[in-house]
Design a protein around this ligand. Structure first.
Ligand code: SF4
Ligand code: SF4
Length: 290
């Protein structure tokens, strides 16, 4: 059935169809495995006050949807309420998760391939969605692909950026943050995220949570902490995620390994996203065996 152009269902079908049919959706391994098999899409309003709040939480440099839109369309006076943020979750496949679950220090090959080639495909999804929206008469921009996008130092987050896919997903009803900083979505934490800001009015996806840590058992039940044990370099503790330690493990440590073992330029880890109760779902207390 054809959905009305510009509707939530139509946008969802554009992303889903691209995932299903694009030859670029590949880990580029011998068996040409798909990088992603499915998606989950959420929406938030450009006028949602949560985006102003992110300036306090992440840093004053974090763009509102209107600020991101204005970078691409400086001549259009778009009101925040005329804009929607489209955010999507791309869960890792079962095969990729299974491989990484077995690892104790370095990433599995599928995981490392997804980090590079899966993310390249995610960039194509962003571009594809912008193209389709613009062709249909809805100006659109992917903030992550703006030339002005950059990483920033943040008092609270140490390393932050002018647009956070995780925060856009949180605002769009797609999940809450875990102890390790990853976003726990209904399809789990082993996933990648993307987003586009468009001048189109879509009803916002309800946020079925009141707290930004609501899906993490450590914060709600005082249990779990499995991601602490999974991290090979002790970058996660009861105090949270040490981004510097984590980054140093990704580069150069895992990058050197990926090059020598799998023979491509890449990196990755994701051990804290696999072999944990929140890997592929919102965890419940019974998932933790003490
Ligand atoms: S592994 Fe446990 S403590 Fe870590 S983010 Fe997931 S639910 Fe929270
Ligand atoms: S990505 Fe790897 S190094 Fe970083 S916190 Fe997770 S397990 Fe630790």
């Amino acid at each position: 059935m054809k959905h009305p152009t510009g509707s939530a269902e139509w946008i969802q079908s554009v992303i889903t169809e691209f995932i299903e049919t694009s030859p670029d959706n590949s880990l580029r391994n011998e068996t040409n495995d798909k990088a992603f098999e499915t998606t989950l899409v959420g929406f938030s309003s450009g006028a949602d006050p949560i985006y102003e709040e992110f300036k306090t939480h992440v840093g004053p440099f974090h763009w509102t949807p209107a600020e991101a839109f204005a970078l691409a369309y400086p001549d259009i006076q778009a009101r925040p309420e005329d804009l929607s943020v489209i955010s999507w979750v791309l869960p890792q496949t079962g095969a990729t998760r299974k491989d990484n679950r077995k690892e104790m220090f370095y990433p599995a090959e599928r995981w490392a391939r997804n980090r590079i080639f899966g993310e390249e495909f995610n960039v194509r999804i962003r571009k594809r969605l912008v193209e389709v929206l613009v062709a249909a008469g809805f100006e659109a921009v992917s903030p992550m692909l703006c030339s002005q996008w950059e990483r920033k130092d943040s008092d609270r987050f140490v390393i932050a950026s002018t647009w956070s896919e995780r925060h856009a997903a949180y605002a769009s009803g797609l999940g809450t943050f875990g102890l390790c900083d990853g976003l726990i979505t209904p399809l789990g934490k082993a996933m990648r995220l993307g987003s586009v800001v468009a001048r189109v009015k879509i009803p916002p996806t309800p946020r079925p949570y009141k707290d930004h840590h609501e899906y993490c058992l450590f914060f709600t039940k005082g249990t779990c902490g499995k991601c602490i044990d999974r991290c090979p370099v002790q970058a996660i503790s009861k105090n949270g995620h040490d981004k510097i330690k984590c980054r140093n493990h990704l580069k150069p440590t895992s990058a050197d390994y990926v090059k020598s073992r799998f023979h491509f330029d890449g990196y990755g880890c994701g051990l804290c996203q696999t072999g944990v109760p929140c890997e592929s779902k919102i965890p419940v207390a019974a998932d933790v065996k003490e």
